[in-house]
Design a protein around this ligand. Structure first.
Ligand SMILES: C[S@@+](CC[C@H](N)C(=O)[O-])C[C@H]1O[C@@H](n2cnc3c(N)ncnc32)[C@H](O)[C@@H]1O
Length: 280
């Protein structure tokens, strides 16, 4: 797929997802985000970049961890995500958090600006994840660390039928290589390929709770990247897609709701401490 087209689908799809994202996904994603923050081991005073920050579910706890002398810069492709997070930052009175609209593949920061780069559940949406990881490497100071979490294998993510269900109803794939990074050693190889050292990865599972069919469907169709396509569907198309999706997650019914299995892969990597300042 043309990368610019993929970026537009992501940008405007995530714009549409803003009102649904936290109500549908916050509880389900918490274990993965907490694991990422634990691995990052942020310290007071550190300069942190949060790539693909969304509504700030990682940005805000990170800001608390590096306060009062540290700083967090959050970037996201979606203008509405950026506006939502900026408003939240202001409500929280976080003067040390800055939010900018920016593409992960082209970070508008000088080399060696940050101590830590975080990317929680963002790399799967970027047309060229290797370029996004190379950018994280470039903006990290020597010895800086990057931590990223992505979804794991398709076969271990119980909600994965969502993509074929959507793709057969639209003219182009919404997230063509979504599960590639979470397969085998792919994530580790991408970080090593970008020049990172001491790359450690870990695969873990977690149940994604949704209180009823509506919440599970809102999360799938409104709360993420497919929201742009979903927004254009008429009632009949929506009903057919909803029915098919609910059939695909039926094995994970739990009372009125669902406990859908999910798998994640986390990478913790370091930029060479001896890399000369001013260029590799
Ligand atoms: C699943 S959300 C993750 C948000 C947040 N990091 C979290 O853990 O809740 C994915 C985010 O990636 C952003 N995104 C997608 N493509 C991007 C790109 N090329 N550059 C920056 N952000 C991007 C979307 O706008 C969306 O906010």
């Amino acid at each position: 797929m043309n990368p610019d087209f993929q970026r537009r689908i992501q940008r405007y799809g995530w714009d549409k997802a803003v009102p649904y994202y936290e109500s549908a996904w916050q509880r389900a994603l918490r274990p993965a985000q907490e694991r990422l923050l634990e691995a990052a081991n942020l310290q007071t005073g550190e300069q942190v970049l949060d790539v693909a920050s969304g509504t700030g579910l990682v940005t805000l706890p990170a800001a608390n961890q590096v306060a009062p002398t540290g700083r967090v810069v959050a970037v996201d492709l979606s203008k509405k995500m950026v506006h939502a997070l900026r408003a939240e930052v202001q409500r929280n009175g976080h003067g040390h958090v800055e939010v900018q609209q920016m593409d992960a593949e082209s970070l508008d920061f000088a080399d060696e600006t940050f101590d830590v780069a975080l990317c929680s559940l963002g790399l799967m949406y970027v047309p060229d994840p290797a370029q996004a990881i190379a950018e994280m490497h470039r903006v990290l100071a020597p010895g800086g660390r990057a931590v990223s979490v992505v979804w794991g294998r398709r076969s271990k993510c119980g909600w994965a039928e969502l993509f074929p269900i959507m793709d057969k109803r639209v003219s182009s794939d919404v997230c063509p290589l979504f599960f590639q990074l979470g397969t085998g050693e792919h994530l580790k190889m991408q970080f090593e390929g970008a020049g990172f050292q001491n790359v450690e990865t870990e695969r873990f599972s977690s149940e994604l709770p949704f209180k009823d069919a509506k919440e599970a469907c809102d999360a799938a169709f409104w709360g993420g990247a497919v929201a742009l396509a979903w927004n254009k569907f008429g009632d009949a198309k929506r009903e057919a897609a909803r029915k098919e999706y609910l059939e695909s997650i039926a094995p994970y019914r739990s009372g009125q709701g669902y406990e859908i299995p999910g798998e994640f892969v986390l990478a913790l990597a370091q930029k060479d401490a001896s890399e000369p300042r001013g260029g590799a």
